[in-house]
Design a protein around this ligand. Structure first.
Ligand SMILES: [Zn+2]
Length: 209
Protein backbone atom coordinates (compact mmCIF):
# COMPACT_ATOMS: atom_id res chain seq x y z
CA UNK A 1 0.00 0.00 0.00
CA UNK A 2 2.77 2.35 1.03
CA UNK A 3 4.62 1.54 -2.19
CA UNK A 4 1.53 2.30 -4.29
CA UNK A 5 1.44 5.78 -2.72
CA UNK A 6 5.12 6.17 -3.54
CA UNK A 7 4.52 5.23 -7.18
CA UNK A 8 1.69 7.74 -7.41
CA UNK A 9 3.95 10.50 -6.02
CA UNK A 10 6.64 9.69 -8.60
CA UNK A 11 4.11 9.64 -11.43
CA UNK A 12 2.56 12.97 -10.35
CA UNK A 13 5.96 14.67 -10.14
CA UNK A 14 7.04 13.15 -13.49
CA UNK A 15 3.90 14.59 -15.11
CA UNK A 16 4.83 18.01 -13.68
CA UNK A 17 8.40 17.70 -14.97
CA UNK A 18 7.03 16.96 -18.43
CA UNK A 19 4.30 19.63 -18.36
CA UNK A 20 6.76 22.30 -17.30
CA UNK A 21 9.01 21.18 -20.18
CA UNK A 22 11.90 20.37 -17.89
CA UNK A 23 12.38 17.07 -19.73
CA UNK A 24 11.52 15.85 -23.21
CA UNK A 25 11.01 12.38 -24.68
CA UNK A 26 12.40 9.91 -22.18
CA UNK A 27 15.10 12.18 -20.68
CA UNK A 28 15.34 12.99 -16.99
CA UNK A 29 14.12 10.81 -14.15
CA UNK A 30 12.29 11.00 -10.84
CA UNK A 31 12.41 8.86 -7.70
CA UNK A 32 11.03 8.78 -4.15
CA UNK A 33 12.11 6.74 -1.15
CA UNK A 34 9.90 5.30 1.55
CA UNK A 35 11.87 6.37 4.66
CA UNK A 36 10.62 3.37 6.69
CA UNK A 37 11.33 0.44 4.37
CA UNK A 38 14.08 2.15 2.33
CA UNK A 39 12.31 1.02 -0.87
CA UNK A 40 12.61 3.34 -3.86
CA UNK A 41 10.06 4.09 -6.60
CA UNK A 42 11.76 5.32 -9.80
CA UNK A 43 10.70 6.17 -13.33
CA UNK A 44 11.30 3.42 -15.90
CA UNK A 45 13.85 3.48 -18.68
CA UNK A 46 12.73 4.38 -22.21
CA UNK A 47 9.02 5.11 -21.67
CA UNK A 48 7.96 8.58 -22.89
CA UNK A 49 6.33 10.76 -20.24
CA UNK A 50 3.03 11.07 -22.10
CA UNK A 51 2.55 7.31 -21.94
CA UNK A 52 3.72 6.85 -18.36
CA UNK A 53 1.29 5.00 -16.06
CA UNK A 54 1.43 4.36 -12.33
CA UNK A 55 2.19 0.66 -12.89
CA UNK A 56 5.23 1.58 -15.05
CA UNK A 57 6.97 3.15 -12.04
CA UNK A 58 9.56 0.62 -10.89
CA UNK A 59 10.15 -0.42 -7.27
CA UNK A 60 13.77 -1.17 -6.36
CA UNK A 61 15.53 -1.88 -3.09
CA UNK A 62 18.26 0.43 -1.67
CA UNK A 63 20.91 -1.39 -3.76
CA UNK A 64 19.03 -0.82 -6.99
CA UNK A 65 17.82 -4.43 -7.27
CA UNK A 66 14.38 -4.93 -8.78
CA UNK A 67 11.75 -5.88 -6.23
CA UNK A 68 9.04 -6.71 -8.77
CA UNK A 69 7.84 -5.13 -12.02
CA UNK A 70 8.02 -5.61 -15.70
CA UNK A 71 9.84 -2.38 -16.62
CA UNK A 72 13.55 -1.63 -16.41
CA UNK A 73 14.41 1.13 -13.92
CA UNK A 74 15.91 4.42 -15.17
CA UNK A 75 19.45 4.22 -16.56
CA UNK A 76 20.44 6.78 -13.90
CA UNK A 77 19.46 4.40 -11.08
CA UNK A 78 23.07 4.21 -9.70
CA UNK A 79 22.97 7.99 -9.13
CA UNK A 80 19.64 7.84 -7.30
CA UNK A 81 20.56 4.90 -5.06
CA UNK A 82 23.95 6.36 -4.14
CA UNK A 83 22.39 9.72 -3.19
CA UNK A 84 19.85 7.93 -0.97
CA UNK A 85 22.57 5.86 0.67
CA UNK A 86 24.69 8.93 1.43
CA UNK A 87 21.91 11.35 2.40
CA UNK A 88 19.43 10.15 5.01
CA UNK A 89 17.60 13.51 4.81
CA UNK A 90 16.77 12.95 1.14
CA UNK A 91 13.60 11.07 0.16
CA UNK A 92 13.04 12.51 -3.29
CA UNK A 93 15.19 13.16 -6.39
CA UNK A 94 14.33 14.99 -9.61
CA UNK A 95 16.80 14.94 -12.49
CA UNK A 96 15.93 17.17 -15.45
CA UNK A 97 17.43 18.29 -18.74
CA UNK A 98 15.69 21.65 -18.35
CA UNK A 99 16.90 24.05 -21.03
CA UNK A 100 18.55 26.95 -19.19
CA UNK A 101 20.00 24.87 -16.37
CA UNK A 102 21.57 22.74 -19.11
CA UNK A 103 22.93 25.89 -20.80
CA UNK A 104 24.72 26.78 -17.53
CA UNK A 105 26.03 23.21 -17.31
CA UNK A 106 27.44 23.61 -20.85
CA UNK A 107 29.05 26.93 -19.84
CA UNK A 108 30.44 24.97 -16.86
CA UNK A 109 29.40 27.96 -14.78
CA UNK A 110 28.10 27.83 -11.23
CA UNK A 111 24.58 29.21 -11.06
CA UNK A 112 24.57 32.18 -8.66
CA UNK A 113 21.72 33.10 -6.32
CA UNK A 114 19.79 35.59 -8.43
CA UNK A 115 16.23 35.05 -7.21
CA UNK A 116 14.71 34.85 -3.71
CA UNK A 117 13.58 31.18 -3.96
CA UNK A 118 17.12 30.24 -5.03
CA UNK A 119 18.54 31.61 -1.79
CA UNK A 120 17.15 28.56 0.05
CA UNK A 121 19.44 26.19 -1.88
CA UNK A 122 21.86 28.11 -4.15
CA UNK A 123 24.42 28.73 -5.50
CA UNK A 124 24.31 25.63 -7.71
CA UNK A 125 27.73 24.14 -8.60
CA UNK A 126 28.60 22.07 -11.70
CA UNK A 127 29.67 18.43 -11.46
CA UNK A 128 32.34 17.51 -14.08
CA UNK A 129 31.19 15.47 -17.09
CA UNK A 130 31.06 11.71 -16.61
CA UNK A 131 29.42 8.94 -18.64
CA UNK A 132 25.62 9.14 -18.13
CA UNK A 133 24.31 6.36 -15.91
CA UNK A 134 27.80 5.49 -14.62
CA UNK A 135 28.94 4.90 -11.06
CA UNK A 136 31.59 7.62 -11.69
CA UNK A 137 28.86 10.18 -12.36
CA UNK A 138 26.99 9.01 -9.25
CA UNK A 139 30.14 9.48 -7.14
CA UNK A 140 30.85 12.97 -8.52
CA UNK A 141 27.25 14.02 -7.84
CA UNK A 142 27.34 12.70 -4.27
CA UNK A 143 30.68 14.43 -3.64
CA UNK A 144 29.27 17.73 -4.90
CA UNK A 145 26.03 17.36 -2.91
CA UNK A 146 27.96 16.87 0.33
CA UNK A 147 25.86 17.00 3.49
CA UNK A 148 23.56 19.90 2.68
CA UNK A 149 23.53 20.86 -1.00
CA UNK A 150 20.12 20.39 -2.65
CA UNK A 151 20.88 21.16 -6.29
CA UNK A 152 23.77 20.50 -8.68
CA UNK A 153 24.27 20.87 -12.41
CA UNK A 154 25.95 18.07 -14.35
CA UNK A 155 28.26 19.36 -17.07
CA UNK A 156 26.72 19.12 -20.58
CA UNK A 157 23.86 17.11 -19.16
CA UNK A 158 21.31 18.79 -16.84
CA UNK A 159 20.33 19.36 -13.23
CA UNK A 160 19.81 17.13 -10.21
CA UNK A 161 17.72 18.32 -7.27
CA UNK A 162 16.97 16.56 -4.01
CA UNK A 163 14.50 17.13 -1.20
CA UNK A 164 13.03 15.71 1.94
CA UNK A 165 10.13 14.70 -0.30
CA UNK A 166 9.92 14.30 -4.08
CA UNK A 167 7.59 17.34 -4.21
CA UNK A 168 10.34 19.38 -2.52
CA UNK A 169 12.86 18.12 -5.07
CA UNK A 170 10.47 19.19 -7.86
CA UNK A 171 10.16 22.67 -6.37
CA UNK A 172 13.95 22.91 -6.23
CA UNK A 173 14.18 21.84 -9.91
CA UNK A 174 11.59 24.47 -10.91
CA UNK A 175 13.45 27.26 -9.08
CA UNK A 176 16.81 26.09 -10.42
CA UNK A 177 15.47 26.36 -13.95
CA UNK A 178 13.85 29.74 -13.21
CA UNK A 179 17.12 31.01 -11.74
CA UNK A 180 19.01 29.80 -14.81
CA UNK A 181 16.57 31.58 -17.12
CA UNK A 182 16.81 34.81 -15.16
CA UNK A 183 20.61 34.59 -15.05
CA UNK A 184 20.85 33.89 -18.77
CA UNK A 185 18.60 36.82 -19.69
CA UNK A 186 20.35 39.15 -17.21
CA UNK A 187 23.73 38.23 -18.74
CA UNK A 188 22.37 38.91 -22.23
CA UNK A 189 20.84 42.20 -21.10
CA UNK A 190 24.16 43.41 -19.80
CA UNK A 191 24.99 42.08 -16.35
CA UNK A 192 24.20 39.78 -13.51
CA UNK A 193 24.00 40.86 -9.87
CA UNK A 194 23.55 38.03 -7.38
CA UNK A 195 21.70 38.62 -4.07
CA UNK A 196 24.29 39.83 -1.51
CA UNK A 197 25.79 36.91 0.45
CA UNK A 198 24.65 38.04 3.91
CA UNK A 199 21.02 38.05 2.76
CA UNK A 200 21.43 34.63 1.15
CA UNK A 201 22.62 33.23 4.51
CA UNK A 202 19.72 34.86 6.36
CA UNK A 203 17.12 33.57 3.86
CA UNK A 204 18.71 30.09 3.99
CA UNK A 205 18.49 30.03 7.78
CA UNK A 206 14.89 31.27 7.77
CA UNK A 207 13.89 28.62 5.20
CA UNK A 208 15.28 25.80 7.33
CA UNK A 209 13.18 26.57 10.40
ZN1 LIG B 1 20.04 12.74 -17.74
Amino acid sequence: MMLMGLRRQVLDVSVQVYRTQMARGTSGNVSARDPESGMIAITPSAIPYERLQEEDIVIIDPNGELVYDHQRPSSETPMHTLVYRERQDVNGIVHTHSLYATVFSVLNKELPVVTVPMAAFGPVPVVPFRFPGSQELAEEVVRCLGYRQKAVLMQNHGALCVGNTVEEALECAIYTEEGAQVSYLALLAGGLNPIPGRYVSAIKEASQI
